[in-house]
Design a protein around this ligand. Structure first.
Ligand code: SF4
Length: 208
């Protein structure tokens, strides 16, 4: 079966670069489903190149006229594949300059790479959406089950690093999972203190 590296949904192209993640969120749709709108999201292997991703994007753009947005997200953390992400985003910038590029990330990349990667992606991305997920580290650890300690502080630092570079930055939370609710004003304050706008995403069982 062919890997679904890019797929079309709701007028946008979504890019699925990896199934690995440094979180294990209790609300992650990967736990409940194998597909998004019929597109199998588990990759058979991750030994693909940026050209494989680009070929799938080109074919979707040929098929669906008027694409305005491309989003790196998928069933895993896209910045774990930073080299491929940079090559693909660079290609989109050059070939389709009117298309806006967004990355949905868990905000762990600077911790993972032990350097500030934001200047490397600054010119390649219009918007970055970082999963804040909670109003404090205890809640974050419960909900996101990160694979390292101090992840919540890393996420906040990453949000600030993105906004400091002038990237439009959104801090997101998922509201209503399992009937649970967040302290929205506090989340809003944390987002603003770090230069971001808060986006509250209502939990939807199917994830889309
Ligand atoms: S950060 Fe995203 S991909 Fe990773 S476990 Fe959480 S919801 Fe799933």
């Amino acid at each position: 079966m062919t890997n679904t590296l890019a797929y079309f949904l709701d007028g946008k192209i979504y890019i699925n670069l990896t199934n690995h993640c440094t979180n294990d969120c209790i609300f992650c749709i990967r736990k409940d489903k194998n597909d998004v709108c019929g597109q199998e999201m588990w990759l058979d292997n991750e030994n693909f190149t940026s050209n494989d991703v680009i070929a799938q994007i080109d074919s979707l753009i040929d098929k669906h006229q008027g694409i305005k947005d491309i989003v790196f997200c998928g069933y895993g953390e896209p910045l774990l594949k930073i080299d491929i992400l940079k090559e693909v985003a660079g290609y989109i910038r050059k070939t389709y300059p009117k298309i806006k590029i967004r990355i949905n990330t868990n905000g762990h990349a600077n911790y993972v790479y032990k350097r500030n990667i934001v200047p490397e992606i600054k010119s390649l991305v219009d918007t970055i959406s970082v999963s804040l997920n909670a109003e404090n580290s205890k809640e974050y650890d419960r909900l996101s089950q990160p694979k390292f300690e101090g992840a919540y502080d890393e996420v906040k630092k990453f949000i600030k690093a993105c906004s400091d570079e002038g990237i439009e930055t959104i801090a997101s939370i998922v509201e209503g999972y399992n009937g649970e609710h967040h302290d929205i004003p506090l989340c809003e304050k944390i987002a603003q203190e770090n230069g971001a706008a808060l986006r509250v995403r209502e939990w939807i069982e199917n994830g889309y």
